[in-house]
Design a protein. Structure first.
Ligand code: GDP
Ligand code: MG
Length: 368
């Protein structure tokens, strides 16, 4: 909680820090002026000086909003989809095809995608696609133990079949417990062999519905924009079965999926809202930093005032550039956000210090 350093504690009980350090040494505790002391040590010191020390542990959870999911308030949210597959099997082409056929004509008239995610308004509902660069892809599936993606589109080129990264994608999706829809791509190619791909995937227990399995397959040509609508239908069908729901009426929680230092905007990050509604003006803690939402932009770069569950937004107002994968939690005010951030910061530093002293102790033992 609000822990105390040696010098702060000395000040509280009205003695010199150096004296307190001596006392601690006699108690067998080696400490420096800026070191934090734990509640137990504070109690022992209190006993030494005949002062009653009252300790209270404030935990992060006491400061963050604790909202139980209320079934009455849960509402449908759009599925968050990631495309995975072997290199050159058509991930980028598919994401482009979906964007070009489903987004471009709508509001933006040929928008250039602004952030690593976009929204599609298909006739049967909204779908959110993640399109984060390779090095940040890890946070596209799972971050800090939580699923980011609801559905994976596993793309396999019909002329190439199952390859090492196809297997890797299957393993990742299965480990994360994320449902897959299979897109067999490049069916326009003369050497396309759809049946072979199905047989290969069956070896990994990915069996199409028409063979009695539980996976939806769609044959597509990303390059020729063939099968895109049908693939989206399948994604939405899959999403219906998952019954994705969230309470939009609570403080927002989300995950940072990408971040950068923008020349004009300062530190910015794309946040995927998982619960609640994020609003301009909200204070938040993110990793061991904090901030206040100064402005938000949607996938097309349009300023927006609020964003509900599943919606990706670019957020301005971070104290520092956040890390992708960081959790993002709205707090009741800025003071609370700062308090939680500093608790997390202290914890991280203590851990680093402990690691370092372990190393130096080992060095010492190596030398003697
Ligand atoms: P990624 O590495 O998975 O992102 O694959 P890309 O989307 O970059 O595609 C790799 C290559 O395959 C490019 O030259 C594409 O033009 C080509 N390609 C993608 N989809 C199709 C398709 O449906 N048919 C054909 N013939 N080529 C495709
Ligand atoms: Mg690509």
């Amino acid at each position: 909680g609000e822990s105390v350093t040696v010098s702060e504690f000395a000040g509280m009980i009205g003695i010199k820090a150096t004296e307190l350090i001596k006392k601690l040494m006699m108690m067998g505790v080696m400490a420096t002026v800026n070191q934090h002391i734990d509640a137990e040590t504070a109690q022992l010191l209190g006993a030494e000086y005949d002062i009653e020390v009252e300790t209270k542990t404030v935990k992060e959870d006491d400061l963050l909003p604790q909202v139980e999911d209320d079934p009455e308030k849960m509402q449908h949210r759009p599925p968050i989809v990631t495309v995975m597959g072997h290199v050159d099997h058509g991930k980028t082409s598919l994401l482009d095809a979906i964007r070009e056929t489903k987004v471009a004509d709508a509001e933006a008239g040929g928008i250039t995608q602004h952030i690593g995610a976009y929204e599609v308004d298909h006739e049967k509902g909204k779908v959110v696609f993640l399109d984060t660069p390779g090095h940040e892809a890890f946070s596209g599936l799972r971050a800090r133990g939580a699923n980011v993606t609801d559905i994976v589109i596993l793309i396999v080129a019909a002329d190439d079949g199952v390859m090492p990264q196809t297997k890797e994608a299957i393993d990742h999706a299965k480990a994360a417990g994320v449902r897959m829809v299979v897109a067999i791509n490049k069916v326009d190619k003369p050497n396309a062999n759809v049946e072979k791909v199905k047989t290969q995937l069956a070896e990994y227990n990915i069996i199409p519905e028409e063979w009695g399995g539980e996976y939806q397959f769609e044959e597509i040509s990303a390059k020729n924009h063939v099968g895109i609508d049908d693939l989206l239908d399948r994604v939405l069908l899959e999403s219906e079965m998952l019954e994705l729901k969230a309470d939009p009426d609570r403080p927002a929680e989300g995950i940072v999926i990408e971040s950068q230092l923008d020349k004009q905007k300062g530190p910015v990050g794309t946040v995927l809202v998982k619960k609640g509604t994020l609003r301009v003006g909200d204070a938040f803690v993110v990793g061991d930093n904090q901030g206040k939402v100064r402005a938000m932009f949607n996938y097309a770069g349009k300023p927006i005032k609020k964003a509900g569950p599943s919606i990706p937004v670019e957020v301005m107002g971070f104290s520092e550039v956040p890390e992708s994968g960081d959790s993002f939690i709205v707090t009741k005010d800025e003071k609370t956000a700062k308090q939680v951030a500093s608790m997390r910061h202290d914890k991280k530093k203590e851990k680093e210090l402990a690691e370092r002293s372990k190393v130096s102790l080992n060095d010492l033992f190596d030398r003697i």
